[in-house]
Design a protein around this ligand. Sequence first.
Ligand code: FAD
Length: 257
Amino acid sequence: MNILIVYAHPESQSLNGSLKDFAVSHLQAAGHNVQVSDLYAMQWKAALDAGDNTAPAPGPFKPSQDSQRAYKNGTQSPDIAAEQEKLQWADTVIFQFPLWWFSMPAIMKGWVERVYAYGFAYGVGEHSDKHWGDRYGEGNMAGKRAMLMVTTGGWEPHYSARGINGPIDDLLFPINHGILHYPGFTVLPPLVFYRTDRTDETRYAHMRHELAERLNTLDSTSPVPFRQQNGGDYDIPALTLKADITPERKGFAAHLK
Ligand code: FAD
């Protein structure tokens, strides 16, 4: 398999750095081709702006329209086009990051905002009152798998159903559903390492073991059963779940089959 790791941590000697190095060698030893987008090492430009199109249109900068034009005309900034090529190359993409303020580090959010161009990750397919684009299970990433690998400072119970931080699946929903499922990825359950700030050798060995297990089963792990937008469960164009589909469920969980 071709595996891309999009990785965000500023320190190579961090826990995340060690886990990333372990993942790369483990995957390569198993015969996979691996590329890493090490966003801090690449000094990735996080802010989306007019400079992302090498041939900007005259007049005020319009982020979506400019992204669409640059993608269509082949005038995207080369760093964006290079990351899109890596995504096209990959069969599986792993997004690895420490949980910072309940989400991904800003540099990774900036990667998503810039690389996920109009026509590439959104604005794909027919848009009409009958078909609201190829998204949420369809799109250019269809057929590829993706998985989050996250470290937290907080303890596992803090992220449980009644934990003070909120359930981890809810916190990660905007990433898993909004960033991965949206352009078509098949989303694997996240690998979360909790309470990592005081990791000792025993705990680190346990993490490596757990990580190896997930890496060994990337192509066989059952995905998160997100519903497909165009799979018949939603009224279009309101894009609300049909009245007879799990009427008792509301919020994020309703979008799981
Ligand atoms: P490091 O600090 O590098 O290491 C953690 C521990 O692992 C240390 O004890 C280190 O000695 C040990 N270690 C490192 N490498 C190895 C190795 N090779 N072998 C054995 N042990 C090793 N947490 C939350 O839960 N929720 C939040 O919203 C949140 N927000 C944050 C916001 C910011 C801005 C910051 C800086 C932190 C936040 N945290 C939060 C905590 C953060 O998630 C953790 O600090 C982070 O996940 C730890 O990962 P790291 O790679 O930075 O660990």
